[in-house]
Design a protein around this ligand. Structure first.
Ligand code: BES
Ligand code: MN
Ligand code: ZN
Length: 461
């Protein structure tokens, strides 16, 4: 993420300025700087840069326009636009204090992300001296988690199958003294995970369930679950080329669960963490599920496979049932579950479904404060009838495509115990366009919000 503690040589100051702070800034400078800014027509419009030369003709300061309260994305613009070098934040206008400084620093880190593992030349990074007063460990921690999420999603499906995903979980457990076990292939059947097996048997890469635990057994129990479909072809109900193209990102939920787990362990949150990831390929092969096959999930509910492309909810069914068995204090699942959630909210805003008013409020408030919003959609029980199947307890293909994100959540709800607080996040996990701090490709969405909410809720006051 390219922060440094102590610079060697002379770092260049970068100074944020809003339109309203510009006047007093100009007044404090000498005539030369004043006329330079005037001649380049610098108005401190968001994103506008002014390179200010010193008396020696070298670059002496960079001024950049920033919109008030857009500190994170305003700052995120710099790493890819500034000339190579080392910089420090010189906040002459006093815009970046407390939370704003944290957000601006996170913005720099997000903007400095590069996925160049598959490039034959390495890209150039530029460095920022950690601003004094910023909570260095907390910021590094959250950026590490987001980088992990992005890297995992960006890695081609060829190089990140169920086994590799499990390898990542095992590495995390090892680094933080947790335990990680996996149930692989036909073992899933003997251990009671028929739904995960049924989807994943389609691939030459074995399906598996990752079960990572960490922390004090007596601490409040927090269980994270992530959809780990390493590639989603749609199965026999094959996707079109256009719809299949991005499906290496279908393990985005798993990436979020792992990224959050890393942040939780690294910051030593007082929870007993459990992270469950059903990891499969949804492939086409002799063992693929067929339309109208019926499978029995871990908790005994029978599922008719109306559509082999609605595989995420099927594998999550077993994981949610397992999670419920020990009555944790909170279950949160993350999944790139439906196209319908994207139709409803677009690609940037994850949909939140929860049976807990308390968690809804916590998460929506944190989302606002962190500029990392989720939007709540209803777990509307009136649509439960759309899940009815003539042959089994439920179908994975709701009778109507309308409200598809809601009916998917209602499907998941059948596999948790009603009294356990539960949050389900249906997310895109991908930036379709290139924006400052939000590069095209894998993206963490709602991760900072969830981490902050966990920290606030579980840290003793
Ligand atoms: N992984 C997809 C959902 C998805 C697609 C998320 C595009 C984000 C972007 C999921 O497995 C899927 O295919 N869902 C189907 C369900 C339908 C067949 C009931 C969908 O949303 O079309
Ligand atoms: Mn699918
Ligand atoms: Zn999928």
């Amino acid at each position: 993420m390219h922060f440094i503690n102590t610079p060697q040589g002379n770092p260049t100051p970068i100074t944020p300025v809003t339109k309203s702070a510009l006047k007093s800034f100009i007044a404090s400078k000498d005539h030369k700087v004043q006329s330079w800014l005037k001649s380049i027509d610098f108005s401190a419009k968001a994103g506008q840069l002014a390179m200010i030369p010193g008396d020696d003709g070298k670059l002496s300061r960079i001024l950049f326009g920033i919109a008030p309260h857009e500190y994170i994305w305003g700052m995120a613009e710099l790493p890819k636009t500034l000339p190579a070098g080392t910089y420090f934040l010189d906040d002459i206008a006093g815009l970046l204090q407390g939370k704003n400084l944290d957000l601006a620093t996170i913005g720099w880190g997000l903007g400095n992300y590069i996925f160049d593992q598959y490039k034959t030349h390495n890209c150039q990074h530029i460095e920022l001296v950690f601003p004094p007063g910023v909570n260095k460990l907390a910021i590094e921690n959250i950026l590490d988690a987001i980088y992990l999420v992005r890297d995992l999603i960006n890695t081609p499906a060829k190089d990140l199958g169920p086994e590799e995903l499990a390898g990542n979980a095992a590495d995390l457990a090892k680094n933080f003294n947790g335990d990680c076990s996996t149930i692989v292939g036909e073992e899933l059947l003997s251990q009671g995970f028929p739904a995960i097996y049924a989807v994943g048997a389609s691939s030459h890469r074995d399906p598996l369930l990752i079960d990572l635990t960490w922390g004090d057994i007596d601490a409040p129990k927090l269980t994270l679950i992530g959809k780990g479909v390493c590639f989603d072809t749609g199965g026999l109900n094959l996707k079109t080329a256009h719809n299949m193209k991005l499906m290496k990102k279908d393990m985005g939920g798993a990436a979020h669960a792992l990224g959050l787990s890393m942040a939780i362990m690294k910051s030593n949150l007082p929870v007993r963490l459990r992270t469950l990831i059903p990891a499969v390929d949804n492939a086409v092969g002799p063992r693929s599920l067929k339309p109208l096959d019926v499978i029995k999930a871990r908790n005994g509910i029978t599922i008719e496979i109306g559509h082999t492309d609605a595989e995420g909810r099927v594998i999550l069914a077993d994981a949610l049932a397992l999670a419920s068995e020990e009555d944790p204090d909170l279950i949160c699942d993350f999944a790139t579950l439906t196209g319908a959630a994207r139709i409803a909210l677009g690609t940037d805003i994850p949909a939140l479904f929860t049976n807990s008013e308390e968690w809804a409020k916590l998460l929506l408030d944190e989302g606002e404060a962190a500029s990392d919003r989720l939007w709540r959609l209803p777990l509307w029980h009136g649509y439960n009838e759309l899940l009815m199947s003539p042959n089994a307890d439920i179908t994975n293909e709701p009778k109507s495509p309308y409200g598809g994100a809601i009916t998917a959540s209602l499907f998941l709800e059948r596999f948790i115990k009603k009294q356990i607080p539960w949050c389900h996040v249906d997310l895109m996990g991908w930036n379709s366009t290139q924006r400052p701090g939000r590069p095209e490709g894998g993206e963490a969405m709602g991760l900072r919000t969830f981490f902050n909410a966990f920290e606030n809720y579980f840290t003793p006051k």
